[in-house]
Design a protein around this ligand. Structure first.
Ligand code: HEC
Length: 169
């Protein structure tokens, strides 16, 4: 079950207008776009989503309700879930209501720079990596020496990995 592809579009098209990020539009104190709020009791005290328990989830009760003043989305909103959408939501809750966004929807982030001690030496991003390597090898970068030279020194003092293949005796 993929939240970003299968579930979020259903909730977004049919529910977020009244149960989404917009505080002024929000109804019943229920916010469905975040797991932190969707899994907590709404103003009424009932909980929209109880992971693993669709039978106890108010969301399921509401989207399957037959009474006009209970069913969600409200008939006045001109929105209606298809039986397939209802079943997808039920299965999603049954399987734990995972809100994880697929990686392709998550804003890319630069990987962090490695932690180094001698920050005064660092001038550019790549210095972090060189310095980390030196610090791991117990070496200190000398001020004024070209970075490349330091890097070469670090490599030269490290035994090459390729000579490690053991000969059968
Ligand atoms: C046009 C606005 C609107 C839309 C769209 C809408 N709702 Fe609602 N919802 C309300 C209102 C108003 C209430 C409070 C009245 C009531 O309980 O019926 C409510 C109440 C609820 C409750 C009960 C909250 C509580 O108090 O325990 C749930 C669960 C719910 N909605 C789920 C949904 C779901 C799921 C969708 C989308 C499939 C949806 N709603 C779409 C307006 C909306």
């Amino acid at each position: 079950m993929d939240y970003s592809r299968q579930i979020r579009p259903i909730l977004s098209n049919n529910c977020f207008k009244c149960h989404g990020p917009d505080e002024k539009e929000r109804q019943a104190g229920l916010r469905l776009d975040l797991s932190e709020t969707a899994l907590k009791p709404a103003d009424s005290g009932s909980t929209a989503i109880v992971p693993g328990r669709p039978g106890e989830s108010e969301l399921i009760a509401r989207i399957t309700a037959t009474v006009a003043d209970e069913v969600m989305p409200p008939p006045g909103s001109k929105k209606k879930l298809t039986p397939t959408e209802i079943e997808l939501l039920r299965q999603w809750i049954q399987q734990g209501a995972d809100y994880k966004l697929h990686w392709s929807y998550v804003k890319p982030q630069r990987p962090g720079f490695p932690q180094v001690h001698q920050m005064s030496w660092v001038r550019t991003g790549i210095d972090h990596f060189i310095l980390q390597r030196l610090e791991q090898a117990g070496m200190k970068p000398a001020m004024g020496i070209a970075m490349g030279a330091i890097w070469l020194t670090a490599c030269a003092t490290t035994p090459p990995i390729t000579s490690a293949s053991p000969e059968p005796s």
